[in-house]
Design a binder for this molecule. Structure first.
Ligand SMILES: [Zn+2]
Length: 63
């Protein structure tokens, strides 16, 4: 199971989360509960992205 490293954009706290498919938009900082966290390069080669942009990445078929 993928464990990713994150850093909170708000309080700069670093933490690890076990992330299942589809849950990436639900990551919150354990310190300040901010959802503005950045995924860091970790177990996978997936490019680091800001979790805060998840919604913007979704298909906008109804816009
Ligand atoms: Zn935080």
């Amino acid at each position: 199971m993928p464990i990713f490293e994150y850093q909170c954009d708000h309080c700069k706290k670093e933490f690890e989360r076990l992330v299942f498919a589809g849950e990436e938009c639900d990551i919150q900082c354990p310190g300040c509960k901010s959802s503005e966290v950045t995924k860091k390069m970790s177990a996978t080669s997936f490019m680091g992205t800001s979790i805060g942009t998840c919604a913007a990445d979704a298909p906008k078929q109804f816009s």
